[in-house]
Write a protein that binds this ligand. Structure first.
Ligand code: DQA
Length: 159
């Protein structure tokens, strides 16, 4: 199973930016931890971070046919980007949106996620551990989908 991990703007600044909100871990440290737990569960991860909306749209489009699911923190674009929401809807892959902070506890402009409407589920407010929770949830969803697909293929082969 392959999962694309897509990180939005300013997440490359984790560990430096607003530590009282996002904590001390860098993005690299978060990704290293995810890699370790993914390997233990036979999951392959492809990491991508960009500060540019169009690059994120491109990366989502490239996910079609190359990965089984998307774990995404669109960061500030969550609250503004119809283009990212549309790209997620277009590829229609199992998707989990993660936010490190609890967006519902913050400024009003962060309390709505446009992109969340295109995701299977959202994890918000658990700090970097949210990525781990997201990975577990997404792996489970993808495994269940694959099991259903296999059962359907088998049933059609058996006439
Ligand atoms: C964030 C929340 C967003 O509002 C913010 O713009 C971010 C990070 C989070 O992970 O908590 O950059 O997505």
């Amino acid at each position: 199973m392959k999962i694309a991990v897509i990180q939005g703007p300013n997440l490359n600044m984790l560990g430096i930016r607003e530590q009282h909100i996002y904590g001390p871990m860098s993005l690299e440290q978060i990704h290293d931890q995810m890699k370790t737990s993914a390997e233990q569960n036979g999951v392959e991860l492809e990491f991508f971070q960009s500060n540019l909306e169009g690059e994120i749209v491109d990366r989502i489009q490239e996910s079609l046919g190359t990965v089984d699911g998307i774990l995404i923190n669109p960061a500030a674009f969550s609250h503004t980007s119809i283009a990212i929401k549309d790209a997620l809807s277009a590829v229609n892959l199992p998707t989990v949106e993660v936010h490190i902070s609890n967006i519902y506890k913050r400024e009003e402009f962060r309390q709505k996620s446009i992109t969340a409407a295109a995701s299977t589920g959202v994890i918000t407010g658990f700090g970097p551990f949210g990525y781990h929770l997201g990975l577990i949830s997404l792996s489970q969803i993808v495994s269940e989908m694959k099991a259903v697909e296999n059962a359907q293929t088998e049933a059609s082969q058996n006439g």
